[in-house]
Design a protein around this ligand. Structure first.
Ligand code: SF4
Length: 220
């Protein structure tokens, strides 16, 4: 199936319908609890290489102790480490959170910047995090590409790319703009529940008949 023939509207509609039965992502849960861009930014930083439930619990503990950049800066690094443990790389993340709070206070009057170009200058914030913040916190257009989005978009043949950065730029050309904002959340949830990395559950996939399964050598 060539990329131009992939019925992306049908696929995303089927996934949205099926997603009601899947566990939602941490970020979706955080955005249901708050529309505060600062909390969404910090939770996104915490979520890198960390299980969803661990991120959610760590974020809740941290925000109970501090919920603004100024309050966060009052917490010693060790205290932040203790609050966010056992998220992956908790020591580095604690250091980055303090540094980014300092920058927000010093340069942005404690506000979270709304552009990708500025967000990526903050400590611990890469394109993936920045795109997630602009889409989830500000409802601005962007495509957040993590390993799930990269893997699944390639399995569908929507893109043919070697890494998430290439996927992000390829998707800007082939994915209709109306899908950009929700694409990450939908595919992360789909990737965690059905289209898993090693052996996807094709037998219970709602888009099995539409999927060319590119480079899928083993499935259930
Ligand atoms: S059919 Fe399999 S490889 Fe294709 S999207 Fe579904 S789970 Fe993923």
């Amino acid at each position: 199936m060539r990329q131009s023939q992939l019925p992306i509207d049908k696929i995303l509609a089927a996934l949205r319908k099926a997603s009601r039965h899947w566990t939602s992502t941490t970020l979706a849960q955080i955005t249901r609890e708050t529309d505060n861009p600062f909390k969404i930014l910090v939770a996104t930083v915490l979520s890198a290489r960390t299980k969803d439930i661990t991120t959610l619990e760590a974020a809740r503990r941290l925000f109970k102790a501090a919920s603004t950049p100024r309050e966060m800066m009052k917490l010693p690094r060790r205290a932040i480490e203790k609050l966010i443990f056992p998220v992956g790389f908790y020591r580095t993340k604690a250091k980055n959170i303090r540094k980014l709070c300092q920058t927000l206070v010093d340069k942005y009057r404690s506000e979270v910047p709304e552009t990708l170009e500025t967000l990526v200058t903050l400590s611990g914030v890469g394109r993936k995090t920045a795109n997630l913040v602009i889409t989830m916190a500000f409802q601005k257009h962007g495509i957040c590409v993590d390993t799930h989005v990269h893997r699944i978009s390639n399995r569908w043949g929507l893109v043919k790319t070697r890494n998430p950065k290439e996927t992000e730029f390829a998707l800007y050309n082939v994915l209709p703009k109306k899908y950009w904002i929700g694409y990450n959340d939908l595919l992360v949830s789909f990737g965690q529940n059905i289209c898993q990395p090693v052996s996807p559950f094709c037998c219970r996939c709602p888009v099995e008949k539409l999927c060319p399964k590119i480079n899928v050598s083993k499935h259930r």
